[in-house]
Design a protein around this ligand. Structure first.
Ligand code: HEC
Ligand code: HEC
Ligand code: HEC
Ligand code: HEC
Ligand code: HEC
Length: 268
């Protein structure tokens, strides 16, 4: 998916697509005693070794985390995030100039994380790059650390903050003690609450709307909805406040209209 391992994956895709034409090639793989999947990715091949449970617990845990993640389901490979060379079978050669958090060449190095995740989440990165947060990530060594994608979403088996978790996540940095906009956590919770209302109204309307007008209505609504996630990541709370209110207003108006229609029908 990412550029770094894309080559090897498309190689496998070609092999699979050409099953009829390349039986000899498959025969060679079989003889070598390796599966196609393992052969194409040395990171997974080596890091999946169950012996690590005993010899290196940390490696074992990180592999298990990836193995259970949405990113694995989506075929996002170790090297898409970490870098390194997934074609090299020797650990040293595979790790290249470094794949750990403290290696500057690594995709998971603090300063590189946003770009790494942004290879695939490009619209969100575009929003994030406009934020105060990103300014502080770029500076890196200032006394005010900015959050990266990983601070809020976790690293491998990612999740999304919601109304029940967002306050605590923001308050790690935005509280009285740090004197850094301590009002932000509460504001963030209010906004995510409105995201929830938007989803509720969205569902109501999508079930009841007349098919003849559904398409044009939802074209507009879906575009605004996508934009919300981008604006959210600019952390311009005034702007996101405006956009969520506008979208909620639009959906509410449609909900009221549909309600009235169905009442009129009943009365007739
Ligand atoms: C032949 C086995 C082998 C291969 C291939 C391999 N690794 Fe590793 N990896 C290890 C071992 C063993 C360690 C433990 C630290 C060490 O010995 O370098 C490790 C450590 C790591 C770490 C922890 C970083 C650190 O500095 O402690 C990361 C991240 C990592 N590997 C990612 C990868 C990625 C990404 C690939 C593929 C591009 C890969 N590994 C390929 C065996 C391997
Ligand atoms: C979606 C991106 C992503 C994928 C895919 C991913 N990782 Fe990671 N990984 C990270 C991030 C970000 C960190 C650093 C944050 C942390 O420690 O939780 C990390 C940390 C690690 C560490 C500890 C590194 C250190 O220096 O302490 C290891 C080991 C590791 N990953 C191995 C793997 C292996 C092996 C795979 C594939 C089987 C993999 N990761 C897939 C993003 C990813
Ligand atoms: C090679 C592409 C790729 C990379 C790199 C990548 N992701 Fe993803 N990510 C995906 C895909 C594909 C999905 C599933 C579809 C979607 O939700 O967009 C996904 C899903 C997600 C989700 C939504 C999960 C959910 O529960 O809906 C989050 C959050 C996320 N990724 C964060 C990250 C973070 C943080 C990083 C960097 C450490 C990262 N991603 C790196 C491709 C990638
Ligand atoms: C790792 C620390 C950290 C976390 C976590 C964090 N922030 Fe920030 N935030 C900062 C820093 C540092 C600044 C820049 C402060 C400055 O330059 O004055 C900032 C600035 C902001 C600003 C712009 C300043 C303003 O209020 O006008 C907003 C808005 C903001 N953060 C919202 C949030 C929200 C919402 C969350 C939680 C979802 C969050 N932040 C989580 C560190 C963090
Ligand atoms: C300060 C916390 C914070 C930071 C930093 C952050 N996010 Fe998010 N992210 C959230 C919250 C809260 C949501 C849920 C609101 C929403 O859907 O936009 C979210 C939503 C998402 C989603 C799901 C969007 C959807 O349409 O379902 C993805 C994917 C994502 N973020 C990726 C990223 C990536 C990539 C980065 C870094 C470039 C990043 N986030 C940085 C807090 C954060």
């Amino acid at each position: 998916m990412g550029s770094k391992s894309g080559g090897s994956r498309s190689f496998e895709a070609k092999v699979l697509a050409g099953l009829r034409v390349v039986p000899i090639l498959l025969f060679v793989f079989a003889l070598a005693g390796t599966s196609l999947a393992a052969d194409r990715n040395s990171c997974v091949d080596c890091h999946s070794n169950p012996d690590f449970l005993v010899t290196n617990n940390k490696l074992y845990d990180y592999f298990q985390e990836w193995n259970a993640s949405v990113h694995k389901l989506e075929e996002v490979e170790c090297s898409d995030c970490h870098g390194g060379n997934p074609d090299a079978t020797d650990a040293k050669a595979a790790h290249g100039d470094g794949v750990g958090v403290s290696d500057e060449a690594s995709g998971i190095y603090y300063k590189n994380v946003s770009q790494t995740c942004g290879q695939c989440h490009d619209e969100i990165l575009e929003g994030f790059e406009k934020s105060k947060h990103f300014e502080h990530v770029k500076k890196q060594k200032d006394e005010l650390q900015g959050p990266t994608c990983v601070t809020c979403h976790g690293s491998i088996n990612v999740g999304i903050l919601d109304v029940t978790t967002v306050e605590a996540a923001c308050a790690r940095c935005h509280d009285e003690e740090h004197d850094n906009h301590p009002e932000n956590p509460e504001k963030a919770k209010a906004i995510l609450n409105r995201f929830l209302s938007i989803h509720r109204f969205y569902r109501y309307v999508s079930i009841r709307i007349d098919p003849s007008e559904a398409r044009s209505f939802f074209e507009d609504v879906d575009a605004r909805h996508r934009q919300l996630s981008i604006t959210w990541h600019t952390f311009d709370l005034e702007q996101i406040d405006k956009e969520t209110r506008a979208l909620l207003g639009l959906l509410k108006e449609k909900r009221d209209e549909l309600r009235k229609k169905s009442q009129q029908k009943k009365e007739r």
